[in-house]
Design a protein around this ligand. Structure first.
Ligand code: SF4
Ligand code: SF4
Length: 229
């Protein structure tokens, strides 16, 4: 009912892609009252991501952080809109961390779940979302809500095929080379602990929060920058 207004609001304020999905089958019990998800995507600057040459750059780290902030502000716009219409809206921050030691490398709700369920892209062997339009150099935020929303697309299967470029390029050996299968555990394709530990070796530039090597080598990011039609 409010999909068009939400899209117009978020696009006008700087969202590059917007997806809607019903995620009730993917929610933990404590979030079950928010069965719908809005996924907001911001693409990263091509000029900035080109500075990742075998290691992350300070420029990438700074751009990554400000993009997360922009996404959190976009999520707030959506929250205000939804609450004015009389529904609940729970923003999930672009960059998540949790104090729960058992789930050390997982956020409250994975942005990729909403993104994939709304048809915005597929999960690559590197464990990242690869969007149809902008590849994987994007950042995401999510709003969970009880506002009914018509899904914008369907789940896509992996398009990686025989490619293993990211697996071979990962200095942490965190990528197994298996293709993502919806519903299967993330650890089958990607070791989040190894990835996180490796990022800490870049503390001198990014406080151990970024790497991006696997994305910098992905063929889906080598295309021309999409131009507005
Ligand atoms: S971000 Fe770096 S360490 Fe993590 S999977 Fe990609 S290449 Fe490996
Ligand atoms: S580098 Fe190849 S295997 Fe890795 S995510 Fe991109 S397409 Fe898939």
């Amino acid at each position: 009912m409010f999909e068009k207004e939400l899209k117009e609001l978020l696009s006008a304020n700087g969202a590059d892609l917007i997806g809607f999905s019903c995620v009730k089958t993917s929610l933990p019990q404590e979030l079950s009252k928010y069965p719908y998800a809005i996924t907001i995507v911001r693409r990263l600057s091509r000029a900035v991501t080109d500075t990742i040459q075998g290691a992350p750059s300070m420029m990438y780290f700074q751009h990554y952080r400000i993009t997360n902030t922009k996404l959190d502000l976009l999520a707030l716009d959506a929250v205000s809109f939804i609450e004015k219409k009389g529904y609940l809206a729970l923003p999930i921050a672009a960059s998540q961390s949790t104090p729960d030691e058992k789930e050390e490398y997982k956020g409250l709700f994975p942005h990729k779940t909403g993104a994939v369920m709304s048809g915005l892209g597929f999960i690559g062997k590197s464990g990242v979302l690869i969007t149809n339009k902008y590849g994987s150099f994007v950042r995401l935020a999510t709003i969970l809500t009880d506002m009914p929303l018509e899904p914008t697309g369907e789940i896509q299967t992996s398009k990686c095929g025989a490619c293993n470029i990211c697996r071979d390029a990962c200095p942490a050996h965190a990528i197994t080379g298996e293709e993502y299968i919806p519903g299967h555990p993330r650890k089958e394709i990607f070791d989040a602990k190894k990835c996180s530990e490796h990022m800490k070796t870049y503390k001198h530039i990014g406080r151990g929060a970024v790497c991006g090597i696997c994305m910098s080598v992905c063929p889906f990011n080598k295309k021309r920058i999409p131009v507005e039609e």
